[in-house]
Design a protein around this ligand. Structure first.
Ligand SMILES: *[C@@H]1O[C@H](CO)[C@@H](O)[C@H](O)[C@H]1NC(C)=O
Ligand SMILES: *[C@@H]1O[C@H](CO)[C@@H](O)[C@H](O)[C@H]1NC(C)=O
Length: 337
């Protein structure tokens, strides 16, 4: 029995998004009592990260705003998965959370310009962060003064799609990783597991979501257009017609290429031509992110998900992996006995 549990734990440890070690790193320095973070691992499909969002280091007033308690309750998939090759736009607002419970934002300011470098850069305090006007303290770039120590394989936090975020110092490469070492979403596979790497270069944390995000944040339903890394200046964000640049602003269509899912209802006589094909979405057992809204609007769900709780498409793939894992574990256990 012990053996079976050990094997089960081992296999789950391998496929779960965050390892036991990573989960154990969610904590604060303790120097600032208002700064809190806690991970609830009991739900079957997700980790719930509860945090105040107040940093565990000093913060200075660099804009009119103060860092206030955000009462975060963030759902992170326990088993993240690639999104059928599609990539989700990183929305404005939170795209991930540090191991100290502080929000990670995309690299853009409210005008969708580079918030970190160049003429449009914003002011950060000496810990590389600042609060929004709603009091949400956040980082747009590596907080290398007060959180990141620069050690090899250092865990910084987790993206909302469940994949971990590491720093640029990686033990399997010489020197620091830069964006050119990473894929379009700003990550890579290490020992078969995907992780993002924060770097000192654009887009600093994430370029897009490699996986699926559980919560329906504004802008998340958009699939990004691939960028040609070789022909566009990867380091120069203005020339880089990349994932972020093709993402529409949070509200409405803007410059984005994908229409609003609401306009893609089958009964809309003015349905834009670039809407995904409804039937294609419906027939797909593991539909790309954009399809989720379409399927919901049809009042129906992919065949595979029919028996699972409503409105939780992530549960489909999790259920599949779990069933597979249990079968595999049983098989191994029987072989060993
Ligand atoms: C946090 O959110 C989850 C839904 O994902 C919910 O089940 C849970 O009750 C929430 N916790 C609190 C304390 O509100
Ligand atoms: C990476 O981290 C190791 C210690 O973990 C350190 O010795 C090394 O100097 C770091 N590399 C860089 C380029 O900072």
């Amino acid at each position: 029995m012990m053996l079976i549990s050990a094997i089960t734990l081992g296999i789950y440890g391998f496929i779960d998004s965050l390892t036991v070690t990573e989960l154990s790193k969610f904590s604060t320095s303790g120097n600032f009592p208002q700064s809190t973070v806690r991970v609830d691992t009991t739900p079957s499909d997700r980790y719930l990260i509860y945090a105040s969002g107040i940093p565990d280091h000093p913060w200075e007033k660099v804009n009119p705003n103060d860092a206030t308690n955000q009462n975060y309750n963030i759902s992170i998939p326990k088993i993240p998965g690639y999104n059928n090759g599609a990539h989700g736009c990183v929305p404005m607002g939170m795209i991930g959370i540090t191991r100290t419970g502080v929000a990670i934002f995309n690299p853009l300011n409210v005008d969708l310009e580079n918030a970190v470098e160049g003429q449009t850069r914003e002011t950060f305090d000496s810990c590389d962060g600042h609060p929004t006007n709603a009091g949400s303290y956040h980082y747009h770039k590596i907080p290398d003064s007060c959180l990141y120590k620069g050690e090899a394989d250092e865990f910084i936090g987790v993206a909302l799609d469940g994949f971990p975020i590491y720093g640029p110092n990686a033990s399997d490469v010489n020197g620091l990783l830069t964006s050119t070492d990473l894929d379009e979403c700003h990550g890579r596979e290490v020992n078969g597991a995907y992780r993002y790497h924060a770097t000192e270069t654009w887009p600093y944390f994430l370029g897009c979501f490699k996986g699926v995000v559980l919560e329906n944040l504004p802008g998340l339903q958009y699939i990004c257009e691939p960028a040609n890394k070789a022909s566009s200046g990867w380091e120069d964000w203005k020339e880089w017609n990349g994932y972020l640049c093709n993402c529409p602003p949070p509200e409405g269509q803007g410059d984005g290429k994908m229409p609003d899912p609401f306009q893609c209802r089958a009964d809309n006589p003015y349905r834009p031509t670039n809407c995904p094909d409804v039937q294609e979405c419906m027939n797909n057992n593991n539909p790309p992110m954009f399809c989720y809204d379409i399927c919901r609007q049809q009042g129906s769900r992919p065949e595979f998900c029919k028996t699972l709780p409503a409105n939780d498409n992530q549960a489909c793939s999790i259920a599949a992996i779990k069933i597979f894992t249990i079968l595999l574990t049983t098989f191994i256990a029987i072989c060993l006995i």
